[in-house]
Design a protein around this ligand. Structure first.
Ligand code: GDP
Ligand code: ZN
Length: 330
């Protein structure tokens, strides 16, 4: 990997050596950064930042603001500024470990498709819960509207509106809604997450034509992506537009949310929590359940309540317990 500052970063004859930068991508070999003037550079990470396991882990993630020191013309990341926020998931594998996907975000853009693949409430609701845990607003980018009818699109939008989630009806093939999505992302650093196959790459390619997307970064010789499944990539196609691409997910496991706290991560439940007859109401079949009454009145979408019960069932009793994963039923 080329670790020198790119010659293009030269300013006024002397090589520009920024002392601060933003992380665009984290690779095994180094970290890709962009300076405040948009210049791209690569850096290594100071060993003492890495901790015991000498792995980068969550130390440096996309979106991080870092300070640089220069040694023999090479940039070294000396420190990471405190994060304003971060979006995490439970890392895959047996051990309960956090995986920070990206930091310093303004919104989560959940990309889903009406069909092919089928809309998955379970996955979308997990992502929404995780976004709320990070106090991140979320947007539903509903793609492939050409494969469904308008009533379906409106039905899905109605399921999420009470949670404060705006739905944008999109078709990446015809360009429907793409300008609204661009407008919604402008000046909001946006993390794009979605099930594989929903058309996330096609949409991002419309927002950032010609920019390297994760899907494009496949080694021509091996046919394998150069990234691990944890990798994210910050795209800055135009001033004021910062889009973070992530690999398509098949499963998403929650981090920092357990059975007992899950209800607080369904935004539209909030007015009804604490109003049930029994203090330890599980909002299932108990008499006097304020949440179920709200569902019956139509104030809380039935689909959200059902997904809540199912997700809670799947969540273990506490930290380290079996994670809730998406499954075919979602
Ligand atoms: P990703 O895995 O989410 O990045 O999905 P891709 O962008 O690779 O798209 C998966 C497939 O869906 C491709 O064959 C696309 O051409 C197709 N596709 C993307 N957007 C749309 C859309 O709005 N409508 C239809 N019918 N197909 C789409
Ligand atoms: Zn209840």
């Amino acid at each position: 990997m080329e670790l020198n500052a790119p010659p293009g970063a030269a300013a006024g004859g002397a090589a520009a050596r920024p002392l601060e930068a933003t992380v665009r991508r984290v690779d095994f070999g180094g970290v890709a950064l962009s300076g405040d003037d948009g210049a791209r550079l690569e850096a290594t990470v100071r060993g003492r930042l890495m901790g015991e396991r000498k792995s980068l882990g969550n130390t440096v993630v996309v979106g991080d603001r870092v300070t640089l020191e220069w040694e023999r013309g090479r940039a070294v990341i000396a420190s990471v500024a405190p994060r304003r926020n971060a979006f995490s998931r439970r890392a895959s594998g047996e051990r309960a470990e956090e995986q920070v996907v990206a930091s310093n975000l303004d919104q989560l853009v959940i990309v889903a498709s009406v069909r092919r693949p089928e809309f998955r409430h379970g996955l979308v609701d997990r992502l929404l819960a995780q976004a709320r845990a990070s106090r991140l607003p979320a947007l539903l980018a509903l793609n492939k509207t050409d494969l469904g009818d308008e009533a379906e699109v409106e039905g899905l939008a109605a399921d999420y509106a009470p949670a404060g989630v705006r739905t944008l009806a999109l078709c990446a093939l015809t360009g429907r809604g793409v300008e609204s999505l661009r407008a919604a992302c402008r000046r909001h650093r946006s993390l794009f997450v979605g099930h594989s196959g929903v058309g996330k790459s096609t949409l991002l390619d419309r927002l950032a034509p010609g920019h390297e997307l994760l899907a494009a970064e496949v080694n021509e010789r091996t046919g394998k992506g150069r990234h691990t499944t944890t990798a994210a990539l910050l795209l800055t196609p135009e001033p004021g537009l910062e889009l973070i691409d992530t690999p398509g997910v098949r499963a998403f496991s929650l981090w920092g949310i357990d059975r007992d706290s899950l209800e607080r991560h369904y935004a539209e439940f909030e007015p009804f929590l604490g109003a049930c007859r029994f203090g330890d109401c599980r909002h299932d079949r108990e008499p006097g359940c304020a949440l179920r009454a709200a569902v019956e009145r139509g104030d809380v979408p039935a689909r959200r309540w059902e997904s809540f019960l199912r997700l809670r069932d799947e969540l273990g009793g506490g930290p380290g317990a079996r994670p809730a994963r998406t499954s075919a039923r979602d």
